[in-house]
Design a protein around this ligand. Structure first.
Ligand SMILES: [Cu+2]
Length: 281
């Protein structure tokens, strides 16, 4: 229908403060959504609660999600692009202050969390975040295409499955015999690069008994995708009986393993270098 020729022109200004409405709606939405997300979504974030470090990672990720939630709540209000806000010093200062505060808080929080016990990450040969108290040492050796595990306190036995006692601090020494791999014990919240010639130390404290997944997390050749296994956390009696069984199995190859490298042996060491024929290649 054609407009009335004599109709009054549209009102030139609307007195509603849209900016304030958006801010109030955002505040209300954030106040409702943030606790709901933290309570109901936070605990679903990987890697779970199989270790102290895993639990801490879930806690840290919950915090990050909580801080992100108000940011996500602000997106619907910003979807429809308004006129540019150039030269608005108030908005510019507010933007810089809010984003800087968030980033600096997360950096400080993350650093504090890392320094408690290393958060399950590889810290290189000289770790600075070392948990106190006695620890079970286990060497993790990557090679194309499986991980094996040596236990220096159990006569250097080597196993193709990672078996750990429950409620124990473990000191993992991650290395490789050939190319670069990455040791990822998913539910334990451990991920550490496995490089030849490097002793990469990571710490983890196990909780209750159960199984966990181990995967290689670094593309390491043709069968990288098949470089996975299950590990087990067992109670102390089961660990003792597993260790004595493993010692019996290992006894038959121990003399060969203990030979010097030049004679084809692989005696225990903190690091290994690729075999000479590989080095030459
Ligand atoms: Cu690998």
């Amino acid at each position: 229908m054609a407009a009335e020729p004599n109709a009054a022109p549209a009102r030139p200004s609307d007195t509603t403060n849209h900016g304030m409405r958006v801010v109030v709606a955002w505040l209300v939405l954030s106040a409702i959504a943030t606790p709901l997300v933290a309570i109901f979504v936070g605990h679903l974030i990987p890697p779970g609660n199989a270790s102290t470090q895993g639990t801490e990672q879930v806690f840290d990720n919950t915090w990050m999600l909580g801080i992100l939630t108000p940011v996500i709540c602000a997106v619907p209000g910003a979807v429809v692009d308004g006129p540019p806000l150039r030269n608005d010093s108030q908005i510019q200062v507010l933007w810089i202050v809010i984003t800087s505060t968030m980033v600096l808080f997360l950096a400080g929080f993350g650093t504090y969390e890392l320094l408690q016990n290393g958060a399950g990450g590889g810290q290189g040969p000289n770790p600075i975040a070392v948990p106190t108290g006695p620890k079970l040492q286990v060497q993790v050796i990557g090679q194309q295409w499986q991980f094996t595990y040596r236990y220096p306190s159990l006569g250097n036995i080597e196993s193709n499955q990672l078996v750990l006692p429950a409620d124990t601090d473990v000191e993992l020494h991650v290395t490789s015999l050939d190319v670069i791999h990455s040791f990822w014990a998913y539910e334990l919240g451990v991920k550490a690069d496995a490089n030849p010639g490097t002793d990469n130390v990571a710490f983890v404290r196990t909780k209750g008994t159960g199984t966990f997944h181990v995967r290689c997390a670094e593309l390491c050749g043709l069968w990288h995708g098949y470089m996975y296994n299950n590990g087990r956390v067992v109670d102390s009696a089961q660990f003792k009986s597993w260790a004595s069984q493993a010692k019996k199995i290992y006894a038959s190859i121990k003399p060969y393993m203990d030979k010097p490298e030049a004679q084809g042996g692989a005696p225990f060491g903190h690091t290994y270098l690729p075999a000479p024929e590989r080095r030459a290649g």
